[in-house]
Ligand binder design. Structure first.
Ligand code: NCD
Length: 322
């Protein structure tokens, strides 16, 4: 809960984005509405808006990333910010500089917003607690703790396809829940928005025990998929497992992989989501990933406007909520 508090200033304004845990639903909806307004303003085209003119955004990624880093970079640049992609592998981090000294060094060059991904839970919160006045931290994924912009883009995508009445929706999240910050942020945002039913599914060893009574938990994928409106598939996060814990890929696919037969158990208009990167043939079959119910690439497109909305909210000029 401490990250939930650390992201607000004394006046209760959002100063950093660290987690969606305990995020007021009104604020979530404001961010989604701003993203929708930005999507309408840019008309799906590459058009620069001046909201972050004169601001500098630093991408500080201590873990690999394809879509999240690129998405933040493009989002910042479409808001007219200057963007620095800090190359950790080529930086003084490799000479033993602490992450806080790295932050202070970049702050001294008048950077305004830091997008931080780190393998350790709590690193973005730690930096937020030490950030100078006016400097904002956005968590782009910390350990298995949180990935708030992913949660927001997932909610945006669901709303876009299924409408604003989350109370009518049944959502299944399937895969390596235990190691997934994406699952945690999805659970927080969907709960805040009043989702009708939330079900999670995966091998017993990859299911956390602390999800609370409101969430149905099972290792029986066919049962979990029955009648759902949204299926969110997750990758096996091998990098967070010991060698002996990694399930056999073929075995895993047979029990937990989403293929066309299984998808037919969901509602006929169900959408299929995946945060990427996908492991085709493991958690998801290509026939589904590339099939008509897949909204996986929509998620990627929506990530851009959602991240624009977040950055505009934290360090943008004027009110962009309209
Ligand atoms: C995820 C992540 O890094 O948490 N990817 C992403 O940001 N879209 C999920 C994953 O790595 O499996």
């Amino acid at each position: 809960m401490s990250a939930a508090r650390a992201q607000f200033d004394e006046a209760g304004r959002l100063r950093h984005l660290l987690t969606l845990e305990a995020m007021p639903p009104r604020l979530i909806l404001e961010l989604l509405d701003t993203a929708a307004a930005l999507a309408a303003a840019t008309g799906g085209k590459v058009k620069k808006l001046p909201l972050l003119r004169g601001r500098t955004v630093v991408n500080l990624f201590f873990e690999p990333s394809t879509r999240t880093r690129t998405s933040f970079e493009l989002a910042a640049s479409r808001l007219s910010a200057e963007v620095v992609n800090f190359d950790v592998a080529q930086s003084s981090t490799t000479k033993g500089e602490t992450v806080l000294d790295t932050l202070r060094t970049l702050e001294a060059m008048h950077c305004d917003l830091f997008v931080v991904r780190h393998r350790e839970n709590g690193t973005p919160e730690y930096l937020a607690r030490h950030a100078g006045p006016g400097v904002a931290i956005v968590n782009a994924g910390d350990g298995n703790h949180a990935h708030p912009t992913q949660g927001l883009l997932d909610a945006y995508t669901i709303r876009h396809h299924k409408g604003p009445e989350f109370g009518r929706l049944r959502v299944a999240i399937v895969g390596d829940i235990a190691h997934s910050r994406v699952a945690r942020s999805a659970i927080h945002v969907l709960t805040a928005l009043g989702v009708g039913e939330l079900r999670v599914c995966g091998p017993a060893a990859l299911l956390p025990r602390d999800l609370g009574p409101a969430i149905a938990v099972s290792s029986d994928l066919d049962a979990i998929l029955d009648g759902v409106d949204v299926v969110m598939m997750l990758r096996l996060q091998r990098e967070r497992m010991r060698e002996t814990e990694v399930p056999d890929a073929a075995d895993y696919h047979a029990r937990y992989g989403l293929d066309r037969r299984r998808l037919a158990l969901a509602r006929p208009d169900a959408i299929v989501m995946h945060p990427g990167p996908m492991n085709r043939g493991v958690e998801i079959a290509s026939e589904v990933a590339d099939g008509p119910q897949s909204v996986i690439l929509d998620q990627v497109s929506n990530g851009l406007v959602v991240r624009m909305a977040v950055m505009a909210r934290l360090v943008g000029a004027g009110n962009v909520a309209g």
